[in-house]
Write a protein that binds this ligand. Structure first.
Ligand code: AMP
Length: 206
């Protein structure tokens, strides 16, 4: 739970934007702990559906394993369900939106729920460092006998990065035009990046 010192004065909805391996999931969890925000990760939701063998999970498994994006309708549906069923001081969108159509849909959904988007924070990393980071993460997990994400291999990763640059990177200009975009250098230590993000969130809630 958030400590008193970090209680936000108002709701804040944040998108973490950045390529696979930029640390969006790790940082989203830290913001959850610090501010009592709720992380909404479409990647986690899809992996959960895959693991429990739901019809949806079976439908997306092959696409995810190829490192391509699942269709907009599917992820927009998942987010809509969470937005309407969760109570929170605000949401951290992690891995969503990933296309312009998803970004438009998110704007509409928030509006429909009487909310708005407050911040979009781009996590900037160097592509090669990022590839090394993901492949190391997989290697460490494998060595420790832990499960490894099926899409954390060199081949799928190249496809995930390509999807990011082709389909998701245009969101940077989209949100910059709306005046909502900030960026941070996300190549340093996890705790330093968390401190920078925390400061941005606190400032935004004034
Ligand atoms: P992630 O954990 O965010 O890296 O997502 C893992 C995989 O799930 C991606 O490579 C896509 O196949 C799929 N995925 C997750 N979020 C989205 C999204 N917003 N739009 C389309 N596909 C997604």
């Amino acid at each position: 739970m958030a400590s008193d010192a970090d209680t936000l004065t108002r709701t804040v909805n944040v998108i973490l934007l950045g390529p696979p391996g930029a640390g969006k999931g790790t940082q989203a969890k830290m913001l959850e702990d610090q501010f009592g925000l709720v992380q909404l990760s479409t990647g986690d939701m899809l992996r959960e559906a895959k693991k429990s063998g739901t019809e949806l999970g079976n439908r997306v498994a092959a696409v995810m394993e190829r490192g391509e994006l699942v269709t907009d309708d599917i992820v927009i549906g998942l987010i809509e369900e969470k937005l309407t069923s969760s109570k929170a001081n605000g949401f951290i969108f992690d891995g969503f939106p990933r296309t312009l159509a998803q970004a438009d849909a998110l704007g509409d959904l928030l509006k429909k729920n009487g909310q708005k988007l407050d911040l979009v924070i781009e996590l900037r990393v160097n592509d090669q460092i990022l590839v090394d980071r993901i492949l190391n993460r997989a290697e460490e997990a494998r060595a420790a006998g832990q499960p490894v994400r099926a899409d954390d291999n060199a081949e799928t990763l190249a496809q995930r990065l390509e999807a990011y640059h082709a389909q998701t990177a245009p969101l940077i200009d989209y949100y910059a035009a709306k005046g909502a975009l900030q960026h941070i250098d996300a190549m340093g230590e996890i705790k330093d990046i968390a401190a920078k993000l925390g400061a941005i969130v606190r400032t935004a809630t004034g």
